[in-house]
Design a protein around this ligand. Structure first.
Ligand code: E4P
Length: 218
């Protein structure tokens, strides 16, 4: 399973990428706003830090404008992945960009039928938003299972399932059990993945005992 980080905060990305566990980055217009940075500059910096796919989202809603924006974004770096919304214009832009071998992430997916369309349009990634489905009383993980089942039925569909809108570590474990290809994690959820009180207590006890031996390994 690949781990992407869902932020445009360069210092967080630097810190977390030093773990060697980051496979990519996703951003969206809200995350760019939160960063307070210019999109072209911040995406360039992120692409320098993380060699994997870095999603940068178009802001246009019609096909021609999406392609114009994609031209600018993809010129930033080789690993820029163009993020388009799950609309007819977005799917059309996806097909055109994929014909030119540009990486495309189709975002704002909330149904299996949308995921099927994105795969037919050749999307590199489909981003189903599990947290936002949970927020309205549905089960986001059911959508991940449905998409997995559908894509598995058609091995010629090469779209990777990128589980988005993750709110907690259970989302990550559930997505891994289902076999999703990628999770994009808010920094706090990535950090929480390692936490266990028994690890902390166990390490403390080992270190206390080690001190009592008076030994040194080096
Ligand atoms: C995905 O690429 C989106 O950036 C993100 O996961 C949306 O998450 P949110 O529902 O927490 O805004």
């Amino acid at each position: 399973m690949k781990f992407f980080i869902d932020t445009a905060d360069v210092s967080e990305i630097k810190e977390l990428s030093s773990s060697g566990l980051l496979d990519g980055v996703t951003t969206n217009p809200s995350l760019i706003k939160k960063s307070g940075r210019n999109i072209n500059e911040v995406i360039a910096e992120i692409c320098d830090i993380v060699p994997g796919p870095v999603s940068a989202e178009v802001a246009a809603t019609n096909y021609e404008e999406m392609l114009k924006e994609a031209e600018v974004l993809k010129a930033i770096a080789k690993n820029v992945t163009i993020k388009v919304p799950l609309t007819w214009d977005g799917l059309k832009a996806c097909r055109t960009l994929r014909n030119d071998d540009v990486l495309v992430n189709v975002t704002l997916c909330f149904s299996a039928s949308q995921a099927l369309l994105a795969a037919k349009a050749g999307a590199t990634f489909i981003s189903p938003f599990v947290g936002r489905l949970d927020d309205i009383g549905l089960n986001g993980m059911d959508l991940i299972s449905d998409i997995c089942e559908i894509y598995t039925n058609y091995p010629n569909l090469n779209t990777e399932i990128l589980v988005a809108s993750i709110r907690n570590t259970n989302h990550v474990i559930d997505a891994a059990k289902i076999g999703a290809d990628v999770v994009t994690l808010p920094p706090n959820v990535l950090k929480q993945l390692i936490s266990h009180p028994l690890t902390d207590n166990g390490l403390k006890a080992f270190l206390d005992d080690w001190k009592l031996t008076g030994q040194s390994i080096t």
